[in-house]
Design a protein around this ligand. Structure first.
Ligand code: ZN
Length: 239
């Protein structure tokens, strides 16, 4: 069993890179172990193929220095926040025992994001219930509840509860996003244009990061929302 400090749960391969890869890279640089579980292969996406997106996810994992990345193989667009999907995700949470989970935006343009957020929230809570029994590779798993679930903000603007400074990790974020070549603007591509292959998409990602950074007086930031209240024991820990 590989314990992780942070587990990122993402509806589609590339959600984590677009939403919170600066935060991921910053924690890996500080020695924390971070992994990503992608719920689907993004097979309903306009461009690319599931095989290509798996390869791209693997490339992005290497760029970020992830300790683990796996794909649940849930059906893109059609997966549900129901008992069977919750149990599958609980097994992964118990396997990695993360202290912090970063999950999809609580609501967004793509309905899978809000659905992924609620599935992750429910699975994290349920994973702490001893009476929900699961096994992994034939072994009974211990109950495990992550201490915090934070939701990275994705396409639609949501007022963040806090912003993480990613200024020193902006370049890695961009590299990890560009690993998903099939999804982004390529003048040579014969595939149909999609929402994110529009050449204006990456400047938008930068504008969002600058806006978030501006709110905390840094160059680039990533915004998060929290379901429970954030506490502190030292006001000087707050920047
Ligand atoms: Zn997505």
């Amino acid at each position: 069993m590989k314990k992780l400090d942070i587990l990122v749960i993402a509806a589609h391969p590339d959600d984590a890179e677009l939403g919170c890869s600066g935060t991921i890279a910053a924690h890996i640089a500080r020695g924390y172990k971070v992994g990503i579980v992608d719920l689907t292969q993004g097979e309903m996406g306009t461009r690319g193929t599931p095989e290509l997106r798996l390869k791209e996810a693997d490339d992005a994992a290497k760029i970020l220095g992830l300790s683990a990345r796996e794909n649940m193989g849930f059906k893109d667009v059609l997966f549900l926040d129901d008992e069977s999907h919750q149990l599958d995700l609980i097994k992964v949470i118990r396997k990695y025992q993360p202290d912090i989970v970063l999950a999809n935006a609580i609501r967004d343009r793509h309905p899978d994001h809000g659905k992924g957020a609620s599935l992750a929230t429910h699975a994290c809570f349920m994973s702490g219930l001893r009476k929900i029994e699961t096994t992994y590779e034939g072994e009974k798993q211990d109950a495990w509840r992550p201490k915090f679930v934070y939701h990275y903000i994705q396409n639609n603007y949501i007022e963040p509860d806090f912003v993480f400074d990613i200024t020193d990790f902006w370049d890695i974020k961009v590299k990890s996003i560009l690993a998903f070549q099939s999804q982004f603007h390529d003048p040579e591509s014969n595939e149909p244009e999609s929402f994110i292959s529009n050449p204006e998409f990456l400047p938008f990602i930068e504008a969002r990061a600058r806006e978030m950074g501006h709110r905390i007086l840094t160059k680039y930031g990533e915004g998060f929302t929290v379901e429970r209240m954030i506490g502190s024991q030292n006001l000087f820990d707050l920047k």
